[in-house]
Design a protein around this ligand. Structure first.
Ligand code: PGA
Length: 252
């Protein structure tokens, strides 16, 4: 199996102000000794992406965005932000298909796929989020739902692609799946990718997301198929996010 460099991504969601970008410097002070072994990514709200990229320019912290438009070319899409614009101001990654966008903004797998393709065309790495609801898990459909989302949301290109498995019921709360449950779904995703892409699928990183924090990060990272984490709340404070990064075995 190809060695995949762990990726630990922070999703600031719609929190913070410009002043929060000061956290980047604090974060870098803690993680710089291990940065060669772990990719650390921060995705601030869109208006702050450019400032974040500037603040992080002399650090190894990667900057990304939380969403992008479906169009690759400039277009009449009032209020939308294109992947090309995000790349232009220094983003390297973009999250697409986060469950909040799927649930609250009605994004379908087809829309997520177009966003991922637009991201790749702009030279960004797309982090495609998938994950089942509590109801879907309780009715034994978690695997099927995730397979469908992966198949229908991912672009044709396996390059510059990351998958984040985020069970909807584990986001923003204090419940997480057991290591065995994470392992099972990560294996299912890996198998789906292997079927879809003749080659290259083994380079795709599969992250776990949903209530990852300093206390449970080591347990999550110990799960065989987990290549890193997508972190919400605990990424807002540099000390917490650094503790998560430092909990990764690659950082030891
Ligand atoms: P959380 O969010 O870490 O606050 O649960 C994760 C996410 O939504 O990506």
């Amino acid at each position: 199996m190809a060695a995949r460099k762990p990726l630990i991504a922070g999703n600031w969601k719609m929190y913070g102000r410009r002043a929060n970008l000061g956290e980047l410097e604090v974060l870098w002070r803690s993680i710089s000794p291990v940065a060669a072994h772990v990719d650390a990514l921060i995705c601030p709200p869109a208006p702050y992406v450019q400032n974040a990229a500037w603040s992080a320019r002399e650090t190894g912290i990667l900057i990304g965005a939380q969403d992008c438009g479906t169009e690759s070319e400039d277009a009449a899409r009032t209020g939308d932000v294109s992947a090309a614009m995000l790349a232009d101001v220094g983003a390297r990654f973009v999250i697409v298909g986060h469950s909040e966008r799927r649930a609250l903004f009605g994004e379908t797998d087809a829309v997520v796929r177009r966003k991922a393709q637009a991201a790749q065309r702009a030279g960004l790495t797309a982090i495609v989020c998938v994950g089942e609801t509590r109801l879907e898990r309780d009715s034994g459909q978690a695997g099927d739902v995730v397979v469908r989302q992966v198949r229908d949301s991912i672009p044709d290109d396996a390059e510059s692609l990351v998958i984040a498995y985020e069970p909807v019921w584990a986001i923003g709360g204090d419940r997480t799946p057991t290591p065995a449950e994470i392992d099972e779904i990560h294996h299912i995703i890996r198998g789906t990718l292997a079927q879809r892409f003749a080659s290259g699928a083994s380079d795709i990183r599969i992250l776990y997301g949903g209530s990852v924090g300093p206390k449970n990060a080591a347990e999550v990272f110990a799960v065989g198929g987990v290549d890193g984490a997508l972190v919400g709340r605990a990424s807002l404070k540099a000390a917490d996010f650094a503790a998560i990064i430092l909990a990764h075995p690659a950082a030891k």
